[in-house]
Ligand binder design. Structure first.
Ligand code: AKB
Length: 316
């Protein structure tokens, strides 16, 4: 049985990934790592062990790994793209110094490591359509810089020390359990909350701006399947393009409006978010993930929208 440590277990992805891993591997085998001020609550707190484990504290990480005899680490600690622009030093400290701590503890204790990269690892010179797996990565945001550096550092630890590092490049993740905080793609979550609350939505991203997005169940499935994949089939490691849907604000609005005809959206474009979105690809080519570990998404925009509106209506 696997012994898993999720760093950043209270965040948007971490909270749901921890629950999914507990469901698959047993509650006691998945440790929820959190930072001060973000203690797990409710079912996340009650369904398995939790430990205070700040990624910037190597001693705390080693203590958890040794206490629970951890063999797999999911490292979800990061500042998202917009907030990282206002705190670039902290974004680097968490994204790179923190990753270094994780990779060292993994090297010393024989752990596999999953550290997500992002569509933010690409930049304005990257081919925007059907973005290849191996292509130009010259991001202009601090978030993107930490993501590319993280991909390279993770590959380095695999080649030099044999640490089993694997990752995907996540698109914007849409979910109804824990809201995202400080990303460029957050509008695609917030729009559903407005629709369910019966409020008009003001979109910070301009019409026509396409970005890759993914519903949370597909994102969880991607992370877990990649970590379970046969290593002899992996040509790439850090990190795989994955894709399921790409849309602009008009398309998501149209899909929600078809289900909630009174819903209204207007635009008030935010310069920073728009400039970040403009520097990211429109849609990725995920054929390497499909070939090397049988990646396949299950949700498109219609199916996701129906589910999001139903689940949020229950929640709110
Ligand atoms: C963000 O918008 O910063 C993230 C991402 C796409 O990595 N959701």
């Amino acid at each position: 049985m696997k012994q898993i440590f999720v760093i950043g277990a209270s965040g948007q992805i971490g909270s749901e990934l921890t629950m999914e891993l507990r469901h698959r591997y047993g509650g006691n085998n998945v440790v929820a790592g959190y930072i001060n001020g973000a203690e797990p609550k409710g079912v996340l707190r009650d369904s398995g062990p939790m430990e205070l484990a700040d990624i910037t504290d190597p001693v705390a990480l080693a203590r958890v790994v040794q206490k629970y005899k951890i063999d797999t680490i999911y490292n979800l600690a990061a500042l998202l793209s917009v907030v990282a622009e206002s705190k670039p030093r902290l974004a680097w400290h968490i994204g790179i110094d923190g990753l270094w701590n994780v990779l060292e503890v993994a090297r010393e204790n024989g752990c596999a490591v999953f550290t997500p990269s992002s569509i933010g690892s690409f930049g304005p010179e990257t081919p925007a359509q059907l973005t290849p797996q191996d292509t130009i990565q010259r991001p202009q945001t601090m978030y993107g810089i930490t993501k590319v550096s993280g991909e390279l550092l993770s590959d380095y630890y695999f080649r030099k020390y044999g640490v089993d590092t694997r990752a995907v490049r996540f698109p914007g993740i849409i979910s109804y359990t824990t809201p995202p905080g400080g990303g460029t793609t957050d509008y695609a979550v917030e729009i559903y909350y407005s629709a369910v609350r019966g409020e008009d939505f003001t979109c910070p991203i301009a019409a026509g701006t396409k970005m890759d997005m993914m519903y949370m169940p597909d994102a969880l499935h991607a992370a877990i399947s990649l970590m379970e994949a046969d290593p002899t089939r992996l040509i790439h490691r850090n990190a795989f393009n994955i894709a399921s849907m790409s849309f602009d604000p008009e398309e998501i609005y149209g899909t929600i409006k078809a289900l909630k005809p009174d819903f209204k959206m207007s635009y008030q474009v935010e310069t920073l978010k728009q400039s970040i979105a403009d520097s990211w690809p429109d849609f990725l080519d995920d054929s390497s993930a499909r070939q090397e570990w049988d990646w396949e998404p299950h949700y498109d925009l219609q199916r996701m929208s129906k589910d999001m509106l139903e689940k949020l209506a229950e929640k709110l």
